[in-house]
Design a protein around this ligand. Sequence first.
Ligand SMILES: Cc1cc2nc3c(=O)[nH]c(=O)nc-3n(C[C@H](O)[C@H](O)[C@H](O)COP(=O)(O)OP(=O)(O)OC[C@H]3O[C@@H](n4cnc5c(N)ncnc54)[C@H](O)[C@@H]3O)c2cc1C
Length: 381
Amino acid sequence: MDFDWTDDHRDLRRSAVEFASRVLADGVTERDRAGSFPRALWDACAEFGLQGMLAPREWGGGGHDLLSAVAILEGIGYGARDNGLVFSVAAHAASCEGPLAAFGTEEQKAEWLPRLADGSVIGATGMTEPDSGSNALALRTTAEPSGDQWILTGSKTFVTNAPVAELFVIYARTDGAGFAGVTCFLLPRDTEGLTVGPPMEKMGLRTSPMAQIHLDECRLPGSAVVGSVSSGAMIFNQTMDVERLLVMAPALGVMERLLERCVTHARERTAGSVPIGKHQAISHRIADMELSLEASRLLLYRAACTRMRRGTAVRDSALAKLAVSEAYVEACRSAIQIFGGYGYMVDYELERELRDALATPLYVGTSEVQRNLIAGLRGLG
Ligand SMILES: Cc1cc2nc3c(=O)[nH]c(=O)nc-3n(C[C@H](O)[C@H](O)[C@H](O)COP(=O)(O)OP(=O)(O)OC[C@H]3O[C@@H](n4cnc5c(N)ncnc54)[C@H](O)[C@@H]3O)c2cc1C
């Protein structure tokens, strides 16, 4: 058991921090207020190699392993401050590029992977529907065979990147109920019958665009199936393992940044004649922030190692997702408390951090769903 990063990992993280603080950090408050997706910064991330970090080199990607991607995203989270943009990139890489790279045919990879990896095509995924979220397998979108084609009909909601995406990974029911009846498809944006609804306005992550999409008898060729017919639920679960880690890795960087800001503030801000950090109520809160950050790191790094070693990490990735998302929300609340009234002011950028963080116990499976998964592996629930 080795708890130290390699020099390569440290270099990756360092260069991610440098890139993100130099290129991504300015103007976040204005973008957040306007709810605007910064396409130029998306392109800058792609130039840096972020969208393609996990894609194989032969398809134009960086060919990094999962632990290296975690190190990079942690560094991006520390430097960027634009949590919405970082979430959009992580969702694109994990939920669209990921299943394509792992389960796609050579033809599918040749057509899409290089453009997803270089960011010229933005990817999205649609599993959640208006009537099925946590119970994802209750999805109602259908894919009916018609000759050598499939006809997809249904609606997907909360689709991250939908307003700007050109490729959708869609899960649809091809057969009966339950796990075995779901198939995964590639749906290009220009498919007849596909409409993207107006952007959905969110509380946080406002620089990450989102919309509902509607599929009205969308005709897809047989070659649009990812993996094989009926393997969609397996692909979704495998994808979730990795996505939980990729979307939470930036939170480690944010938590570290918040911790450092709180330490500085606790030293500099005086109440009466002493710095507020002299009060145990404040110093212990900061010690707890550090404890939660380090526990989150250990769980998330371990989950990445488990996944790399075993090819699956349901328990470890659920534990990491649950712990990091809840620690992240708590860290934001602590930071606001330590900054007092200033923490509540928009200029201090802590209220935005909290609004962004509050999405994390909801997406990629809610905290309750992670607990169900963990307890389920003990035969409970
Ligand atoms: C910012 C953001 C981005 C997202 N991006 C995407 C995306 O790109 N693609 C996509 O497909 N989806 C996306 N989602 C949707 C997300 O995956 C769902 O919101 C999530 O799965 C919860 O589903 P729901 O909203 O329908 O809530 P519900 O399933 O209705 O749950 C409501 C509440 O009930 C609880 N609950 C439900 N069932 C159980 C149970 N069995 N046991 C205990 N508690 C339970 C939940 O935990 C929650 O607290 C996104 C969501 C957000 C907030």
